[in-house]
Design a binder for this molecule. Structure first.
Ligand SMILES: Cc1ncc(COP(=O)(O)O)c(C=O)c1O
Length: 303
């Protein structure tokens, strides 16, 4: 399998009803996605054609479009057929499928015109699963005030707030940002956050201040099934600062431990600054879950 120009994505992409080489995919500069960030997106992991919670991602895509008063051009079954075809044309393997739907092309004015044809773009990337050393050593993060907009439940392509926060965390020499709004934990720039305190996994309730991550929900289900104590409630900044463990979760990262926060090791005693025991248990639960992913879906089997 080779990658397209400058390794930007796998060679075949989907644009507005057709698959084509990446180099042939052309979009108007008047596309409202380009002009206003007026669009939504999803990133769905596929393992050998098997989607990890693909339906849930497609349902969230619908919810994001509903929030933007956009009409979804495809049914879930149609999306699945497009995705499976794209994966097949790129030679299969473990890939992250990126879907972007924008409101379409129009004269530049704020009011969204009625009846535009949405622009639909899909590409696939090799799944950037974290390297073993990330799981073994963890990552670092800094606390930053969450100054994004108040509609973070929408998976919108307008991501400048998150881009700047990520940039600021890198400028501070950390790998990621742990975000707080009015003293309470929200999430990270492109992942959710859970902490472990006194043996209990603490998860933040999902509202307009953060994205309801598919991985976050899956983690809660896995924890409950395995009998790991878990609580969903608001989490104070000082609770994060004194947490035994901090995890970030997303579809491409799954679960990764933050071992250093604001320059200080996370956790206590001899184990401070090391990935925790609950993290290791959760990582194993994810690996077991992935091994048992439902069989390849009909669209793929039939192709
Ligand atoms: C802001 C934000 N929060 C959380 C997540 C994690 O969501 P998911 O688990 O569905 O990938 C993402 C993923 O991109 C994100 O951008």
């Amino acid at each position: 399998m080779f990658q397209s120009q400058q390794n930007m994505c796998l060679p075949i992409v989907y644009l507005n009803g057709k698959t084509m080489p990446f180099e042939d995919a052309k979009i108007s500069p008047l596309d409202r996605g380009f002009i206003f960030g007026d669009g939504v997106y999803e990133v769905i992991p596929y393992y050998q054609g098997r989607g990890l919670r693909a339906r849930e991602h497609l349902v969230r895509l619908q919810q994001s479009m509903d929030e933007l008063y956009m009409t979804n051009p495809y049914s879930i079954a149609e999306w699945e057929a497009i995705i499976h075809d794209l994966i097949k044309q790129n030679g299969g393997g473990n890939v992250a499928v990126y879907i972007q739907v924008t409101r379409g092309v129009a004269k530049r004015e704020f009011a969204p015109p009625q009846g535009l044809t949405p622009t639909v773009f899909l590409m696939a990337n090799l799944l950037p699963t974290p390297k073993p050393e990330i799981y073994a050593n963890g990552i670092s993060a800094v606390s930053i005030d969450d100054n994004r907009w108040l509609r973070c439940q929408i998976k919108s392509t307008a991501l400048l707030g998150a881009v700047l926060l990520k940039h600021e965390s890198l400028l501070e020499g950390a790998d990621e940002a742990v975000l707080f709004r009015e003293g309470y934990l929200t999430e990270s720039t492109a992942s959710n956050i859970a902490i472990v305190k006194n043996g209990v996994i603490l998860c933040v309730p999902t509202d307009n201040l953060l994205l309801a991550g598919i991985t976050y929900v899956l983690m809660m289900e896995l924890a409950k099934k395995a009998g790991m104590p878990l609580e969903v409630r608001r989490v104070l900044r000082r609770e994060v600062k004194s947490a035994d463990e901090i995890w970030i979760l997303s579809s491409t990262k799954e679960v990764v431990p933050i071992v250093k926060l604001d320059g200080k090791p996370v956790g206590h005693g001899a184990k401070a600054g090391l990935p925790g025991e609950k993290f290791k248990q959760m990582l194993q639960l994810f690996q077991d879950y992935k091994r048992d992913l439902p069989a390849v879906q009909a669209a793929l089997a039939a192709s």
